[in-house]
Every structure is written in C-alpha cells, then in structure tokens.
Write a protein that binds this ligand. Structure first.
Ligand code: GLN
Length: 524
C-alpha cells in the first residue's frame, strides 16, 4: 500500500520516503529465519531490514537507508544504552514520553528535502507490541500542524461465499479499535475480493466517520505492478492530497507504470529458470530474487517461470537430471549453512557441463568455486569453513576488510547479529570480461551480506579449474565475481544484485541472464 501510494505521489513530482515500523523486539531482522520473516533486505548503508523496504525501493526507485526501518528492539536498545550512560539525568525512563519520543524522532529524521514521509506500522491494530507506535503517531498528529498529517487504515472487507455477501463489520471493528487509541483514520483502504457496491461504501463511511470518497476499494490486482494504477483509478492519491489541502497538484505521469504492466502482461517469449535453494517452501524468503528475475523478463518482454527446487533432493543424481533438464537456466541463490550444499554443487556441475546458463549469487558463487576446485581443479575435499573445519578452506571466514567506517575485524567468536560484511561496496571489473560487457562499466557498486569469501590462497587451483576472477574489491583483496570464459553464461557474484533491480530499471545481470535463458530456450 505505502509503496503504491509513494509511486503515485512521485509520479506527480513529489519527493517521498517510506519508513517501516516493526513492533517486534529483534533489533533488526538480520538474525531471524527467512522462514519466519522472509528475506532480509540490505540497504546501501548496510542495514539489515524488513523485506517491505525492498518493495518500497522497487516502487519508488528511492534507495532505502538504515533510517527507514526501526523495530521496538532497536528503540529499546538505544534508550537502555542512554539510560546506562546516565543521559537521562536521574529521570524515570518510561514508554511515554521516552519510547514515543524516540519513535517520533525516527519518523521525522532526515526529512529536510522531502514533501511526504509515509510511515507504515507493521502488525494489526490492537497488537500489544504496536501500542507505543500508535501512541507516537497519535501525538505526532497534534505536534504537527492540522493539515500536515493524514492517517490511512488498511482493513479487510471479507466476502462470505455461502451468503453471497460482503461483510463490513470487521472494518467497523478495527476502526473502532483504532479510534479508541485516539486515531481517527482519514482514508480507509478496503481489501476486498469483490467490487464494493456504492451502498456498502456509504455504510462503511457512515459507521467509520470518514467521507464516502475516502473509502477506497482495494481489489486483488492482476499483479503487484498493477496496484498503483488500480489505486489511482479508485482515487487514492486524489483523496490523500485533498486530506493535505493540496488542490493544485497536476495529474500523475504514470507512463512507466503502464509500460511495465504491458511488458509483464503481454509477453512475447517465455523461459523457465530453475532456482536451486534451501528456503524454497516460502517464496518471501527470495522476494527480491523473484522480482529481479521478473524485471529481467520485462527487459526482454518475456514471461519468466520460476521453478523453486529444493537443493537437498538433488543429492540423488537421477532426480537432478529429470528436474534440471527442462530448465533454460539455473540459478543458485544466497543462503546460510550446509544443508542442501551437495545438491547445489551438483546442479552447478550440471549447468557447467551442459553449457546451460548459470548464475550464482553469494553462497551460490561460493558453491560454484567448490565445484571448480573439486570437480575440475582436483581438490576433492575442497570446502568452506562455514560448514565446519576443513583441510582445504577454498572458502574461508573474512577476518578483515576496509569499510567506509574504517578497518573491520572479525573472528570465529564475533556476534552473529549485524557483524557480516554488509551494504554497498565498490568492485573493479576486468577489461574484456563477460561481466564488464554486461554492466558496460568497469566500476560498480553492489550490496553485500556475507561472512565468508573465496580464499585467494586457492586462486591458482580455481583458475586451473577454468574460473577467472573478473571482479575484485578496488584494493584487490576480496574476490567479488568469478566467471567461466569457456561457457556461454556462467557468472558467480559475491554480492546480491537482486536488491538493486527495479521494474523500470532491471539489473543488467538479470536482464543479461534472462537473455541467455531465451537463447537457450531456442536451442532446446
Ligand atoms: N553463508 C555465506 C556467507 O556468509 C553466504 C551468505 C549469503 O549467501 N548471503 O558468506
């Protein structure tokens, strides 16, 4: 919702930022299982954030920052650190005002050049954990001028099939709950499966104390990229601007949204990509990857069918061949831990030997190096120290690297949370390499989230295994990209290019990868 509204405001020429408040107690989602929480989205400035920030970036085109996602855990961590330092000068530290002040400060931080800040509160009205956030928002509505804030409440209008009826009661109840917290919504966005008839809209308006035009039906869209157009057709952005007393806004320029929706819904080609990973049971675990593949498809007006394949099942060679043979390209994504790694390495070997386009991301790149070292370079027990002690750590722990904040040092005993090599780092690409032609550049900057790296002590082994290091950190110490010059499309990257892909600006690696899959589809 917030992402689509941001897109509409931006299409009218406004500067917008979106912020997500997550009421849970983890300091950030970095240590949470992708199964519980979906992917961890990493920003340029190295924050591990909620995956909604990825939607915000993809829809608004604005790069998210550390200051765009906060959890109760982070707020409390900061407050308790201040309390221990004695910064409160003897005061009793309380939810109101200390926690609520911290939330309000967060909401308004770094807002100088902005026309709108959109704050989304996670969870549901009535959750115990979200109360301080609701209270902070309530206060903010008094702290700022009258027409400087607006509250949008997303509600559900379920359709009861047996009775053939839409039910407005759940909406009435959640609005009542919200008003009991002191927040009267100005706009209601009603999620519904069926059209909201005029009389139901009027009923909701009357019971919930909002204008009828401010009851916006939000029907399930054909695709997420069609949502901004749909909300615009229902009048969401007009209603929001009206709430702020803005009457002279020009109509939004939605050309690029019409273009991507057209590319997505009217493809001229089709490819099937096998993603061999670990968290294949939950698509949100690979949200950005999924979207980046779709964007790559948009670049070629091609439908991308993604087959999520469980790497663990590929330890059996017959299964692997039956499942992978129909694929036009194979991708091994990022991940953590040993489970499924043999299946990933076997899939990479399959792609390498059969000249099928292969894309390895982060752990996928590391596994491509293990395939090279073991199956071509002759070091049969090559491994990564992530999976336990090994005589041949072709992949090893990064113990020091240069970051914008100075030298970073880590060892085996470092904390797990927030201690990886995180965020945007530059890389230099080799002249004449495949990646340099894909990027059409020699200097790139991509986002990282990893603890291990290719061990350059094994450079010669890997090169004799047919891999070349075509991208390195500018000081030449950290390997960023490997590729196989004797293969049609075989690239492994230590970073996460999927995080920077946008529908109207598909990432060059994904666009090129889908192009290679298209070529492959014409061969088979
Ligand atoms: N587990 C690997 C590491 O920490 C890869 C991480 C990833 O794929 N994001 O280096």
């Amino acid at each position: 919702m917030a992402a689509s509204l941001a897109a509409l405001l931006q299409a009218r020429g406004y500067n917008v930022r979106i912020r997500k408040f997550d009421p849970y107690l983890n300091v950030d989602p970095g240590t949470m299982s992708p199964y519980q929480h979906g992917e961890v989205y990493v920003t340029d400035d190295g924050a591990e954030t909620d995956l909604d920030l990825g939607h915000y970036e993809r829809f608004s085109g604005v790069s998210a920052r550390q200051s765009d996602n906060v959890t109760s855990g982070r707020i409390y961590q900061d407050i308790i650190a201040k309390e221990r330092r004695g910064d409160y000068l003897g005061a009793t530290v309380q939810v109101i005002p200390h926690v609520t002040d911290a939330i309000k400060a967060f909401a308004l931080d770094e807002s100088e050049d902005l026309d709108f800040i959109l704050c989304e509160i996670g969870g549901t009205v009535g959750d115990i954990e979200s109360l301080p956030f609701m209270e902070a928002i309530r206060q903010l509505r008094n702290d700022l001028e009258r027409d400087q804030t607006l509250s949008i409440h997303v509600t559900l209008v379920p359709y009861v099939a047996a009775a053939g009826e839409l039910k407005t009661k759940p909406t009435q109840h959640s609005v009542r709950e919200l008003t009991s917290l002191g927040i009267q919504p100005d706009v209601l966005l009603c999620r519904c499966e069926h059209d909201l008839p005029d009389n139901e809209r009027a009923k909701i308006a009357a019971f919930c104390n909002v204008r009828k035009e401010a009851v916006i039906p939000a029907l399930d869209a054909e695709s997420i990229y069609a949502v901004p157009l749909q909300y615009h057709a229902e009048g969401l952005d007009d209603e929001v601007l009206r709430g702020f007393g803005i009457t002279d806004s020009k109509e939004p320029d939605l050309t690029r949204w019409y273009d991507i929706v057209d590319r997505y819904h009217n493809p001229e080609g089709e490819v099937t990509i096998g993603v061999v990973g670990k968290y294949v049971g939950l698509q949100d675990a690979y949200k950005s990857l999924h979207e980046a593949l779709v964007h790559g498809g948009m670049a070629h007006r091609t439908r991308v069918n993604i087959k999520w394949l469980d790497a663990e099942l590929f330890e059996n060679e017959d299964d692997l061949v039956t499942k992978l043979e129909p694929m036009h390209a194979i991708l091994v994504p990022g991940g953590f831990g040993e489970r499924g790694s043999e299946g990933k390495i076997a899939s990479i070997k399959f792609a390498r030997e059969r000249n099928i386009p292969f894309f390895g991301i982060c752990l996928g790149m590391q596994m491509a190096c293990l395939d090279g070292a073991r199956n071509v370079g002759g070091i049969e027990n090559a491994s990564t120290s992530e999976f336990g002690p090994t005589d041949n750590p072709v992949i090893g722990l990064i113990t020091e690297w240069q970051s914008k904040d100075g030298m970073q040092l880590r060892d085996d005993d470092s904390d797990l949370g927030g201690t990886m090599r995180l965020g945007a780092y530059p890389a230099k690409l080799n002249n004449n390499s495949h990646v340099a032609s894909v990027y059409d550049a020699q200097d790139i900057e991509e986002r990282h989230r990893h603890r291990f790296e290719v061990n350059m002590a094994y450079k010669d082994t890997l090169e004799s295994g047919g891999l070349i290091f075509s991208g390195m950190s500018p000081d030449g110490s950290l390997p960023e990209i490997v590729e196989r010059p004797d293969h049609p499309w075989f690239i492994g990257v230590q970073f996460h290019p999927e995080l920077k892909s946008r529908p109207f600006d598909p990432h060059p690696l994904f666009a090129s990868f889908i192009g290679a899959a298209l070529k492959q589809s014409r061969l088979v």
